[in-house]
Ligand binder design. Sequence first.
Ligand code: GTP
Ligand code: MG
Length: 302
Amino acid sequence: MNNWFQRLGLGLKKSSAKISSGLSEILFSQKLSLENLEELEDVLISTDMGVNASAKIIKEFSTRRFEKNIDEKLIRRFLAEEIEKILSPCQKEIHLDTNHPEVILLIGVNGAGKTTTIGKLAAKYKDRQISCIAGDTFRAAAVEQLKIWGERSKIRVYSGAPRCDAASLCFEGLTEALKHRDDIVLIDTAGRLQNKTDLMDELKKIVRVIKKVIPEAPQHIWLCLDATSGQNALDQVKTFNTALNINGLIINKLDGSSKGGILVAVAEETKLPILYVGVGESIEDLNVFNAAEYSRSLLDIS
Ligand SMILES: Nc1nc2c(ncn2[C@@H]2O[C@H](COP(=O)(O)OP(=O)(O)OP(=O)(O)O)[C@@H](O)[C@H]2O)c(=O)[nH]1
Ligand SMILES: [Mg+2]
């Protein structure tokens, strides 16, 4: 399957099915009216869109002139348009050709898909000269995991001894990247819970040390989120952003549950750029975020 739109649609199948079946259930017993829009709001909330965004969508939806016998297809189209309005401000083009090198630091809680994302991104950027730094020094397996991705895309992976200091490793890896005149450097980090102050301080130290090698780096601090983590994802965004000024979000595991509405909640509550979305474990399962494409897939509109 080569077509990304198809892949996204398939990835979001559980979420779109939840909305479709919820909608059918409402329409089975009654016609849609201003009185039962609350039930529609509940359907949106059930996909993790959050209370605020769901209320906003329904409010806008209610101002549309619709006939009493409005069919399901048109309702889905109207909803997709309202969702797109919330998502659009978070769509942003990614430019990685200004600095040499562009340094991208991937952060997030355990299992949010950081290492996998680096592998997928490495494959995307393979026409540039790139390298990776295996900054997750906590687990030997993490270094191996990154090396396997590196071999697949034939890129250098800079790693150190198990349990070595992550910040020092970044210093060395970046010095090496400068020697090789790399265009892009992707840095993996160990997963950490946002409420662990010492681990957040360690991330700040990594950033400080990176700046000793390249003062303007890291130009990109991207937070990976696991879509299945529900409303806790919002807390993750807020806490990581306060500590590190993140400038991009990557939302993974959208295929894992019916919680694809989380992007809408994140967009409404944080307004941060959503750069990529992930819908599976293979290299082709990550692509740039597009608001129109995403809203249509979520409402199963081909
Ligand atoms: N279904 C699905 N699985 C994914 C996706 N992204 C990553 N995974 C899987 O989720 C698991 C965790 O991914 P990792 O990339 O190791 O996550 P991480 O953030 O590096 O985790 P830590 O290093 O432990 O903090 C792996 O088994 C991945 O294959 C996705 O979009 N969809
Ligand atoms: Mg990892």
